[in-house]
Write a protein that binds this ligand. Structure first.
Ligand SMILES: *Cc1c(COP(=O)(O)O)cnc(C)c1O
Length: 389
């Protein structure tokens, strides 16, 4: 009974917010100069990784986020891979990552020959639980020659990767303070948080490096694409070098000075990104308005919360999020079934990475909140166009 009632209530609130229609979780909008810029690429034959849109897109992102440097790459995962390498991750190291994140965060660690070390979540911002992290590091690690060493594995913990879940900023000041205390470098996985701010500073610009994704379902898309952010001139130059096959600049000679990656974003994708960035303010306005609309519709429904931006975050509300109260976690499947059957694409959160077969040997702290949250989260249809009702 309770099952059915609650799923009807959720469905009714969704219909009240976005009207009667079939909707997916997050659809991109191409309402600006996308076609015009794409045509320009074709007409000028600059379709690949050289072209004016790549540079233009980088300066738009740099300007918008306030990062001194932005380096465009083929996707967010590639950006994470290179950011981790530049943060000093070496084969055999460990990297602290939330268990509750998209699989790319963990995969990028393994690409470096390192091991993810899973960290619990905060119920208040869905990012890393910083108090729990600090007390865990106090007991589980020791400082040897300036390196943070995992006492039980003996491996170096080189880097910490906060992820701004569904566009909500984590406790960055506190996380950076803890990382500094333990000599760990911070790389922000800001894949989901373009247009989200922590205390008025753009997410992805507080760590040594930050990473954005422009996948098709993200807040701004280039089809596929990613960006590395940093204020550090030397790291920025290395990022460009490493993502462009480490070719030395020369009018005709092909000389490369190390093994590197072919990760540069093509001009075609950047062209779409340039057009998208011209409209970012209105996209974010719509996303925030959609939250307000959902908030009104879900007001008074008991047994769940519509997740609201944390105190220190001005969020892009990338994915609207319901969190069932603990006693209602068994209702999640019915709600997902009912809403999807009615044509509204709702989705659970990711299965925590710590639960995936290929990460079962990875070290971890107690992950109580991450596991609990993953059983209680439901993402709602979140496309910007739904804000019109
Ligand atoms: C989307 C996403 C990525 C990866 O981005 P791609 O561009 O799809 O490679 C990484 N981390 C998180 C948290 C993401 O949501």
């Amino acid at each position: 009974m309770k099952n059915l009632m609650m799923s009807e209530e959720v469905l009714t609130a969704i219909v009240r917010t976005i009207g009667k229609r079939e909707v997916s979780l997050h659809e991109p909008e191409f309402l600006g100069n996308e076609s015009k810029y794409l045509e320009e690429c074709l007409n000028t034959t600059f379709v690949s990784s050289v072209g004016k849109f790549v540079n233009e897109f980088e300066s738009q992102i740099s300007h918008f986020t306030g990062a001194k440097h932005a380096i465009a790459v083929v996707n967010g995962t590639a950006a994470l891979h290179v950011a981790l390498l530049l943060s000093g991750v070496k084969p055999g190291d460990e990297v602290l990552v939330p268990s509750l994140t998209f699989v790319a965060t963990g995969n990028a660690v393994v690409y470096c020959g390192a091991t993810p070390h899973f960290i619990d979540s905060s119920e208040s911002n869905l990012g890393i639980n910083v108090e729990k992290l600090r007390s865990y590091l106090l007991s589980a690690t020791k400082l040897v020659n300036g390196k943070c060493i995992n006492r039980s594995s003996g491996r170096t913990i080189q880097t910490l990767v906060p992820m701004h879940t569904f566009g909500h900023a984590g406790d960055l000041d506190e996380l950076i303070e803890v990382a500094t205390e333990f000599n760990i470098v911070v790389v922000e996985d800001a894949a989901e948080s373009l247009g989200s701010y922590y205390k008025k500073r753009h997410t992805g610009t507080l760590g040594l490096l930050g990473v954005i994704s422009f996948n098709g379902n993200k807040i701004v898309t280039t089809g596929g694409g990613g960006m590395l952010l940093t204020d550090d001139d030397v790291l920025a130059a290395k990022a460009k070098h490493l993502t462009t096959t480490a070719k030395l600049s020369h009018p005709w000679e092909f000389r490369h000075d190390q093994v590197a990656f072919n990760y540069r974003l093509p001009n075609l994708n950047a062209a779409i990104g340039c057009a998208q960035m011209e409209r970012i303010e209105s996209i974010i306005y719509a996303k925030r308005k959609l939250y307000e609309n959902y908030r009104k519709s879900f007001e008074g429904i008991e047994g769940l919360q519509l997740f609201r931006e944390p105190a220190n975050s001005t969020s892009n509300y990338w994915l609207q999020t319901l969190i069932l109260n603990k006693e209602n976690e068994s209702l999640r499947e019915t709600i997902l079934e009912r809403t999807n059957a009615a044509g509204y694409m709702t989705r659970p959160a990711w299965i925590p990475l710590s639960e995936l077969k290929h990460f079962e040997m990875a070290p971890r702290m107690n992950l109580e909140s991450a596991l609990s949250l993953s059983r209680r989260i439901i993402n709602l249809p979140s496309s910007p166009k739904l804000a019109e009702g």
